[in-house]
Design a protein around this ligand. Structure first.
Ligand code: 1YM
Length: 765
């Protein structure tokens, strides 16, 4: 690798207009994922600098103005004049698509981001971006807006340090629906990168809460495996660890077995989580199976049983990390490694390694063989259980479950299956549906805990048998579930929007995630979005999907009674709409009648102990704070937990609040009486109370409360409904959510669901 940078290494391809025109092509989507992708892209550049051996500290900050920054202590992006472009290299890197050595073997050892698009894409999609470079004893600064430079490269003076800082605010005209960076997503990524790059300290700072966290794992993926097996019983003491560098390839594998039935394998290529696996995973699996079987045979440990691949996976906790120069990503979500040469490389060196390791550590080897034999016996028992089930005809494709109301079409892509919570809602759904292409399967109560249940135990559950049979899932010759003959193009989970409903949803998703992941990968699984509110105005009844809709009705109603002075301006309407939504959402989620001022005061109390006069502290233990204050319309009491500031966008609400220009005077349209509003909290109470006059709002309890027509209109009719697609998200996070949700203790789980209702309903499995 060349240490000397020369500007000529950089390739210049095309302009940034294309990026703003079709952002999805570059960052996948313009929702939460794409939004965080911008930050990841910048972080990846810092990580590349660390991999090149020049940087060991990376700090990621979420600022209270909604921007994010990444600072590293590497060499600093070069600022010299680029030989062919005639502008600074920094400007080339920031404004030219694909500029950067990333695609040239000699310059970067690994290529960064998932789409490998480079920081210019971040620049193009940011309202503004500011780069500060510390290099050759000088500080340089440059600012861009929507991808275009608005300053020259400014020399700010001398300095001793080295490094790069990139701070940017994503462009809200491109990311319309995204509010803020999510601290927990950023933190999870930092943690993951710290495991994968043991020489780097990654620090994340949330300016909204004052919270800071540093991640450094000197043990690397070995520490990762230990963390993943947390709460489970390992069957031997230390994880097995293997690392080798072959030509321009770095292979790292760490694994342990735990007393569990499922496999937890995470694989990464150049720090990217290859959720769909690929040739590296195939090579690893083949090597593991071959070496276990051959050790068992050599030592006479096999009697009647036969060990197959599946048996070596039960209870396996494993992290694979590869650094390769030219990864080819394939698959639905471009997270499957395609490079064919990798399979045999992995297989050869891992088989060699495992064989030697087993010879040198016979106790561990015997424990692993024992665990695999147990799995083999379990598999045999499961096969017999299935035989029995099959002979009884339960899973026969000809005998669909009795309570399935199937649809008529033979066209799989058109057919939809609604999985509905409870017999009564199932009844409504059966009446509501279009039987041409919509099938309904009611499931009763809690289905089962797929995290804990062993595969053959699952078949003891009637509900699961019904589901499997309805879906048309078969067993392949190895006894695994095979979703290739699935009977429906869309599988739609429809549950009530309450805690029980989301619990059932999570159980279903867990089952699908653990045992029929293929369905999720094929993007066939959806979550229905039944309405949240029923609003009655006189005789008129309306179903409203979410806070947005409710707020619109409230504000319309409010403005029919009041108008803003000067007359008829409705100046604050837009901000008010967004602000009220946010606030209602918090109220529904946390069951606190939040006062913005109160929330901000509570935050200050948690961070620096400052208490303004208007407020009285009722309780404070450093994590939870309850405070109270009298206002014009009501007594405001706010109770929040520290975590609250990480999980929702308080900063966003804060910003919205500051956009409302106060005081504002409202006049009554009929009587002409005037009310002066001084604070956002007063504004909220005033608009909410006046806006809900003469209408009745019911927080919608369950699907069963709707009649079939309403259910069809709001939730099932493809023309009018909205569905949320379930995707495989960051594996680490998913597993955390599932483990918390599916653990033995009921209380923390209930609490978790209540506290993270938003997380659970948008579960990115
Ligand atoms: C906060 C994000 O981008 N750090 C960073 C980027 C670069 C370098 C160092 C760097 C690379 C090289 C030589 C080289 C980049 N340089 C380029 C380009 N942090 C962050 N730190 N000197 C410095 O690769 O040879 C692109 S990224 F193209 F200018 F070399």
């Amino acid at each position: 690798m060349s240490e000397e940078y020369t500007g000529a290494d950089i390739k210049v391809l095309e302009g940034l207009e294309a990026v703003r025109l079709r952002p999805g092509m570059y960052i996948g989507d313009t929702y939460e994922r794409g939004y965080h992708h911008l930050l990841n892209e910048v972080i990846d550049n810092a990580i590349d600098e660390a991999l090149a051996g020049y940087c060991s500290n990376i700090t990621i900050t979420l600022h209270s103005d909604g921007s994010a920054s990444v600072v590293d202590d590497g060499r600093g992006i070069p600022v010299d004049i680029h030989p062919t472009e005639g502008i600074s290299t920094l400007e080339v890197v920031m404004t030219r698509l694909h500029a950067g050595g990333k695609f040239d073997k000699g310059v970067y050892k690994v290529s960064g981001g998932l789409h490998g698009v480079g920081v210019s894409v971040v620049n193009a999609l940011s309202e503004w971006l500011e780069a500060t470079i510390w290099r050759d004893g000088k500080e340089y600064f440059m600012r861009f807006e929507r991808g275009k430079p608005v300053t020259t490269l400014v020399e700010k003076g001398s300095c001793l340090k080295r490094g790069t800082s990139v701070r940017f605010l994503p462009d809200k005209t491109i990311f319309e629906d995204v509010k803020d960076f999510d601290f927990s997503i950023v933190q999870n990524r930092a943690k993951e990168l710290a495991y994968l790059n043991p020489d780097v300290v990654l620090k994340v700072v949330n300016e909204n809460t004052g919270k800071e966290k540093s991640f450094k794992y000197s043990g690397g993926i070995k520490d990762y495996v230990i963390a993943l097996s947390h709460g489970k019983k390992p069957v031997f003491n230390t994880p097995i660890y293997f690392k080798t560098s072959k030509e321009d390839l770095i292979i790292e594998v760490s694994l342990i077995y735990v007393d569990d039935y499922t496999e937890n394998l995470l694989s990464y290529v150049n720090n990217i989580n290859t959720v769909e696996g690929g040739t590296h995973v195939v090579g690893f699996r083949t090597a593991l199976t071959r070496s276990v079987v051959s050790y068992a045979q050599r030592n006479g440990l096999l009697k009647k049983e036969q060990i197959i691949g599946e048996d070596t996976r039960e209870g396996l906790v494993c992290v694979i990390s590869l650094k390769i120069p030219n990864p080819q990503f394939e698959g639905q979500t471009k997270t499957k490694l395609g490079n064919s040469e990798i399979k045999s490389v992995m297989e050869t060196c891992l088989f060699e390694f495992f064989s030697r390791y087993f010879e040198e550590n016979p106790a561990v080897a015997k424990t692993i063989v024992g665990k695999c034999l147990e799995a083999a016996r379990g598999r045999e028992a499961a096969r017999k259980a299935r035989e029995l089930v099959r002979r009884k005809g339960v899973l026969d494709s000809f005998s669909l479950p009795g309570k399935l109301a199937d649809c008529q079409t033979e066209d799989v892509e058109k057919a939809e299956l609604f999985i509905v919570e409870g017999e009564s809602a199932g009844g409504s759904a059966k009446q509501a549906r279009d039987r041409n292409f919509q099938a309904v399967l009611p499931l009763k109560g809690k289905i089962l805990n797929a995290e804990k249940a062993k595969l053959h135990k699952i078949f003891d559950f009637e509900e699961i048998k019904a589901l499997i049979a309805a879906l048309g899932i078969r067993f392949d010759t190895n006894g695994a579930l095979d979703a290739s003959k699935v009977r429906y193009g869309k599988v739609i989970i429809m549950t009530d929007a309450d805690v029980d409903g989301s619990h059932i949803m999570t159980l279903l998703l867990t089952f699908l995630y653990r045992h029929v992941r293929e369905l999720i990968l094929q993007e066939r699984v959806f979550v229905a979005q039944p309405p949240l509110y029923r609003i009655k105005t006189g005789r008129k009844e309306q179903y409203i999907k979410d806070e947005k809709g409710l707020v619109r009705v409230l504000i319309d109603n409010f403005y029919s009674i009041w108008h803003e002075e000067p007359n008829g301006q409705n100046m604050i309407r837009n901000v008010l709409e967004k602000y009220m939504e946010e606030r209602l959402r918090i109220r529904e989620l946390r069951d606190i009648d939040s006062s913005v001022e109160g929330i901000l005061v509570a935050r200050d109390i948690l961070i620096n102990g400052a208490i303004p006069e208007k407020w009285t502290v009722l309780f404070n233990n450093g994590d939870d704070v309850v405070i109270q204050s009298e206002s014009k319309f009501t007594t405001m009491r706010v109770g929040v937990n520290r975590r609250f500031f990480d999980s929702i966008s308080v900063g966003h609400m804060d910003r919205l609040a500051s956009m409302v220009s106060l005081p504002v005077v409202f006049s009554n349209n009929k009587t002409g009486s005037k009310v002066r509003i001084d604070t956002v909290d007063e504004l909220y109470y005033f608009v909410y109370t006046e806006g809900s006059k003469s209408i009745s709002i019911t927080r919608f309890k369950g699907l069963g409360e709707m009649n079939p027509d309403q259910l069809w209109e709001t939730t099932m009719n493809p023309q009018t409904r909205s569905l949320v697609k379930v995707t495989i998200g960051e594996a680490m996070h998913a597993d955390e959510v599932f483990s918390t949700l599916m653990g033995e203790d009921v209380e923390p789980r209930k609490k978790f669901i209540e506290e993270n209702y938003d997380v659970v309903t948008n579960l990115d499995v």
